[in-house]
Design a protein around this ligand. Sequence first.
Ligand code: AHG
Ligand code: MN
Ligand code: MN
Length: 326
Amino acid sequence: MSRTTLAAYLDANATADLTAVVTRIADCCAAIQEQLRLGDLAGVLGSAGADNVQGETQKKLDVIANDMLKDALQACPQVRGIASEEEDSVVAANTAGHFLVTYDPLDGSSNIDINSMVGTIFSILPAQSDGELSEAEFLQPGRKQSAAGYVLYGPSVMLVLTTGKGVSMFTFEPGSRQFLQTVSNVSIDRDTREFAVNMSNQRFWASPMQEYVRDLLSGSDGPRGKNFNMRWVAAMVADVHRILCRGGLFTYPWDSRKPDQAGKLRLMYEANPMGMLVEQAGGEVWTDGERILDIQPDQIHQRVPVILGSADEVLCCVDYHKKASA
Ligand code: AHG
Ligand code: MN
Ligand code: MN
């Protein structure tokens, strides 16, 4: 069976400039997966012995993947600048480039040392000027993204991509080193009986989230009248991938241990790109009171509570929040 290559897909679904950026990212992720495959043999596991600007301990692979993507994108003429979860501030590439790229080089870092799933998440925004690069230029709502996607390093390596014309999945074929389209027109069912949340934080959530999850757990005996299953991979990339494949709700709520921090996940490296993919597949993507893609960012590293996935379930969860604030 002959399959559509990523190059052929981009030819039909992206401009030449955008194609160049996505291709650069895909090629780099193919190189990152080689490091991941080698694991301890390449000496890439464990801590890098430093914290990132957000106060999180960096793993060696966080740093390696970040540097590989930074080098690849800085060498791409179409990229004007980049912002990464692992960089303190924005990094200039080519002043005349038409795109800005933001990324989480390695999502799910706590899974690295247990040989479990991780991924790379990226967002591509239009450049805003051709003068000196500034952080302000990156602060565009997710709605403005030109493309978004992730590479999941699982039993097979998959690129999941949207250029605003639906969502497609590509599987990496090691022999040809190509990403080949294996799923087109990804569509998330509106209804689900599956949710994903780190339940160990339950007592720290705000009351609407406590009530929503309590009602899920009471199953067919409770107000929802049906039983729910739970999954938590501890890598957003893998939890969102499952939702794109078989539906579900994913949330990482605000919690009271760090009251001034708006949740754990980052708007520009995680929530916005995943948000574009999920909306393009027919799902809903919210923070407590508004759609995430409508948020005007005020800082590249800002965090946001996230509720995303099957449309009816997400709207049901959002209703608990709306009722509480009414
Ligand atoms: P990162 O590894 O890029 O810091 O992101 C990890 C995030 C996200 O992928 C995942 O859903 C969540 O952290 C897991 O958090 P817990 O360890 O609190 O479950
Ligand atoms: Mn992450
Ligand atoms: Mn990360």
